[in-house]
Design a protein around this ligand. Structure first.
Ligand code: GLU
Length: 548
């Protein structure tokens, strides 16, 4: 068969360059020895998830700790899945977590010499290489219809055989020259398939950069490389792109492991050096005592938007992911509490080989600890950023008074006090904790544990003596005075010795005051709360808290 003629008939494009020209267009990168070139290659579906961040963080750390490059390539060969604004959303979402690209789609960089970074804009390169494979007898046109392929699949399933287009099922593999031209003449649509040279009787030992040595079966599937619209499949496009963009290490999800034999054959057929591959394990969670994969449908925490909306401190999320990514990160952190996580020597060898457990409670702990390293001003800035994006109108108005919020934050975070408090987990709940400092969001639940005359006597008694210039000690002495006047023990020890003599202790009196002023039985130091909200508001709340 005249393969050159066939190739020109199937791919008549006149603008394709000789293959060596593509090599010249994308010369080796000038990087120091050991530098890794990694990439994130998402489809622009608009859904950017925790798994993407997890993988991107590993890519970014490895590239940047070795003096390499981390770039963004958009795998947009499937138009049906394309969502407007998706690329921007990938970049913004990752940027929020401090994961930045050096080059790639929509990245303004002088390094952008290996583009275009959108696969749809690289059609010529794919077509040039597909044409070459046809010329070399390593690819052929397939005219099978959807119905024919379904019938084959059914037959294979019934025979309990591996499904796919291979061996005796690969009907178009052996079409004669006449048959091919007759089909083309008849205008039948066709795809281009790889003519696999593999045999499933052969095993290949492969060293995965994460999972270590694995054995896979040689590919014998004649996979589609160009679809009927001339657009390549992932298998074909990624091989060509990773070659010309000089990716040295491909980190991708373990769901791709089953396609690895296809990729090994494609790289070999194309005459390209294989990059290193590292297949990450899936993120799992424990649900009802059972470990399972995080699912898009069931788990809102899979979406990266979730963390932004809930107001997680981005560095906390990143640090938590680092603990899952590298088993020795936590210990390093303990030894270097002040250090930037970027100073940690990230190592692909320390990545988990199987199921990575994502535990939101643990993330919450990391988040609390991380937020507790901030000053009141830094906490304000972080919360304010969240308020501006996701807060209510009332939140925005409250945050306009920076000084007032900073005073509150100093109090509720225990800044400057004996013990730094770790109560704020994330911005949404942190902002919620400030509600009682403002009249419009003060929503008291008057859950007093004493009868109305007692509560009213305490509230009136304290209102009569309250002086905002009192220091903490004087303030407390006054609370004790009110306690004694209202039949409570002003000393805890007295109450403990003879509880039957009292209605309760000074702590119960403070609780009544606290419920009236903050709406809750627990709050940070009440004297300071009163000081922050001011005399007018304090007296108004003591009065509003009276039981009618
Ligand atoms: N476009 C593929 C995906 O989103 C990329 C896989 C890879 O990184 O090679 O799953």
């Amino acid at each position: 068969m005249d393969l050159k003629k066939l190739a020109s008939k199937l791919i008549p494009d006149e603008n394709l360059l000789p293959l060596e020209e593509y090599e010249k267009l994308y010369p080796e990168r000038e990087l120091k020895k050991g530098a890794e070139v990694t990439r994130l290659a998402p489809s622009p579906t608009g859904f950017i998830h925790l798994g993407n961040l997890y993988s991107a963080l590993a890519d970014e750390r490895i590239a940047h700790t070795t003096g390499g490059i981390f770039y963004l390539r958009i795998e947009d060969t499937d138009l049906k899945r394309k969502v407007d604004g998706a690329v921007d959303s990938v970049i913004r979402s990752l940027d929020y977590f401090g994961v930045c690209f050096d080059e790639g789609a929509e990245i303004a960089s002088p390094l952008n010499k290996y583009g275009p970074y959108y696969q749809r804009q690289r059609a010529d390169i794919y077509r040039a290489f597909a044409k070459n494979l046809i010329e070399r007898g390593l690819a052929y046109p397939c005219f099978c219809t959807e119905d024919e392929l379904n019938a084959v699949r059914e037959e294979q399933t019934a025979n309990k055989e591996i499904t796919g287009y291979y061996g005796r099922y690969a009907k178009c593999r052996n079409l004669s020259e006449e048959e091919i031209y007759a089909n083309l003449e008849a205008g039948k649509p066709f795809v281009i398939r790889l003519k696999s040279q593999g045999n499933t009787a052969n095993k290949i030992t492969f060293r995965d950069a994460i999972k270590g040595e694995i054995t896979v079966t040689e590919n014998d599937q004649d996979v589609v490389i160009l679809k009927s619209d001339g657009i390549p499949t992932y298998h074909f496009a990624h091989a060509i792109d990773d070659h010309f963009m000089h990716t040295t290490l491909v980190i991708r999800g373990e769901e791709w492991l089953s396609s690895l034999p296809i990729h090994l054959e494609l790289f070999s057929a194309l005459g390209f050096k294989l990059p290193k591959y590292g297949h990450t394990c899936s993120l799992m969670k424990v649900d009802g005592g059972v470990k399972r994969k995080l699912s898009k449908r069931k788990d809102p925490e899979l979406s990266l938007d979730y963390y932004r909306k809930a107001g997680y401190y981005p560095r906390a999320v990143v640090k938590y992911l680092m603990t899952i990514l590298n088993s020795n990160f936590e210990e390093w952190e303990r030894k270097n509490p002040q250090a930037d996580y970027r100073d940690f020597k990230f190592s692909i060898d320390k990545m988990g080989k199987s199921g990575a457990l994502f535990d939101i409670d643990k993330l919450n702990d990391v988040s609390k600890a991380e937020l507790a390293t901030l000053s009141a001003e830094q906490t304000y800035d972080f919360l304010n950023g969240w308020v501006n994006e996701f807060g209510s109108e009332a939140d925005r108005q409250h945050f306009a008074d920076r000084e007032y919020i900073i005073k509150i934050l100093n109090l509720i975070c225990g800044i400057g006090g004996k013990k730094r408090r770790k109560d704020i987990v994330r911005a949404e709940t942190g902002v919620g904790m400030l509600g009682y400092f403002f009249d419009d969001t003060f929503a008291p639940e008057y859950s007093y544990r004493f009868d109305a005359p007692t509560v009213n006597a305490v509230l009136n008694g304290f209102a009569a003596v309250y002086d905002e210039s009192d220091d903490n000690q004087t303030w407390f002495a006054k609370v004790k005075g009110v306690a004694a006047d209202c039949g409570f023990a002003s000393e805890m020890s007295d109450y403990k010795a003879n509880p039957q003599n009292y209605k309760g202790s000074v702590a119960d009196v403070a609780e009544i005051l606290r419920i009236a002023v903050t709406g809750m039985p627990n709050s940070p130091d009440l004297c300071t709360v009163m000081g922050i909200i001011g005399r007018g508001r304090t007296l108004a709340r003591l009065s509003a808290g009276l039981v009618k």
